[in-house]
Design a protein around this ligand. Structure first.
Ligand code: CP3
Length: 358
């Protein structure tokens, strides 16, 4: 299996190794600032709303033709330098039967939340070819369709996925998650370790099927102090990121409100660190040094304020990135559904026309 992953992974990477996106990830010289957007596929696009229908997102993810088309839509419209697989961070845990649904406008909801050691048994190992064959088929379709545009595969980081399992749904405070973490650190560690295995198995299969880079979303890690992050969350994320290293694909690590955690998220084993809009990019660069690629960080809300504001703020991000070859332009978090796609089209033009790489 390891040989196959190594072989297919490096083959997939070879297809588009010269892309500005992959070169930026690796701090290699390239001639334009690469740009893509988290949540670039989705309800902000009229073409998405037209084909998505009213069913659950899980049904769309389980339909390779639909998921392929949805992944391609923003690449066609914006000319982004990377595609991100249309799936969700709860796809693997849903696929092994934990009992998760994704409610429109809400997010993942869990019927029977994780509470005790007995619930560990509900998290069995992922067998990607049996449990998520639709993901692999979507990726194989996409690699053929995308040509030189790299495909980013992804997984939810153990802490963030655990927060949904323990809370039973989205949360503002993560009170139940942290209560379990503080009250029963051993159980919390076992939970995160199982979720690390799940994420790693999923990511390995995505790379074997043709993903050229991976992103580990620890969206809600910013709920933790640095010392708690290091103790409770980082070990499981490190298991995922160091485990995927053997494939050779770049590893992006992202979270929201993680200004205090940027160094620790890099140390967990990332090649690229995602920065939300709360830390100016020049400051993030001072915190992390020159030997890492940064991804970000236009405020998604600035895009809602119209073309002039968005262009202005885009130029500010480019100025703070200062032509460093390790910069991938993105928003500081996902595209919000109210976004006017015409504004993002202009943002991509400005990044491509005005961005300079030293
Ligand atoms: O363009 C892309 O980024 C494509 C794929 C993608 C989705 N979810 C599709 C989706 C990715 C990378 C994700 C990751 C994800 N899912 C994260 C990490 C990224 C982040 O935003 O921090 C998280 C926390 C989730 C959990 C989740 N799934 C949430 C919070 C929601 C939003 C609920 C809503 O309806 O607003 C979802 C549903 C979801 N996942 C949608 C999409 C396009 C919207 C619902 C739909 O179209 O039915």
């Amino acid at each position: 299996m390891a040989d196959r992953i190594g072989f297919v992974g490096s083959l997939a990477a070879m297809v588009s190794d010269d892309s500005p996106f992959l070169r930026a990830c690796r701090l290699e010289p390239h001639d334009r600032v690469p740009v893509w957007f988290m949540r670039q596929a989705g309800r902000s696009l009229p073409e998405y709303r037209a084909i998505r229908g009213t069913g659950s997102i899980t049904e769309a993810i389980r339909s390779p033709d639909l998921a392929t088309e949805i992944t391609l839509q923003p690449v066609r419209r914006y000319g982004t330098d990377a595609a991100i697989l249309y799936s969700d961070i709860v796809t693997p845990i849903e696929a092994i039967g934990f009992g998760v649904t994704v409610e429109p406008g809400v997010g993942p909801v869990v019927a029977r939340p994780f509470e005790t050691a007995a619930d560990l048994e509900r998290i069995r190992a992922l067998e990607p070819e049996n449990d998520t064959p639709f993901v692999l088929e979507t990726i194989r379709n996409l690699v053929g369709e995308l040509g030189d545009v790299p495909l980013i595969g992804f997984a939810g980081a153990p802490f963030t996925v655990a927060s949904y399992l323990v809370e039973g749904g989205p949360s503002r405070t993560y009170a139940r998650t942290k209560r379990l973490m503080y009250a029963d650190p051993d159980l919390f560690e076992q939970l995160l370790d199982r979720l690390a295995d799940l994420a790693l198995a999923s990511l390995r299969s995505q790379v074997a099927a043709g993903a050229s880079a991976i992103q580990l979303f620890d969206s809600w890690a910013g709920a933790l102090s640095l010392s708690d992050y290091l103790r409770y969350a980082q070990p499981a994320s490190r298991k995922v990121l160091t485990g995927i290293a053997e494939t050779g694909v770049p590893r992006i690590h992202f979270g929201v409100s993680t200004g205090e955690l940027l160094g620790a998220m890099h140390d967990a084993g990332a090649d690229v660190v995602g920065v939300d809009w709360r830390v100016d990019l020049d400051d993030a660069r001072r915190r992390l040094g020159d030997e890492v690629c940064l991804q970000g960080n236009l405020d998604p809300a600035a895009v809602l304020a119209g073309v002039d504001v968005a262009v202005d703020r885009t130029r500010d991000v480019l100025r703070r990135a200062d032509g460093h070859r390790g910069h991938i332009f993105n928003l500081g978090h996902g595209v919000v559904p109210e976004t006017d796609p015409a504004v993002l089209e202009r943002v991509v033009e400005v990044v491509h026309e005005e961005g300079r790489v030293r």
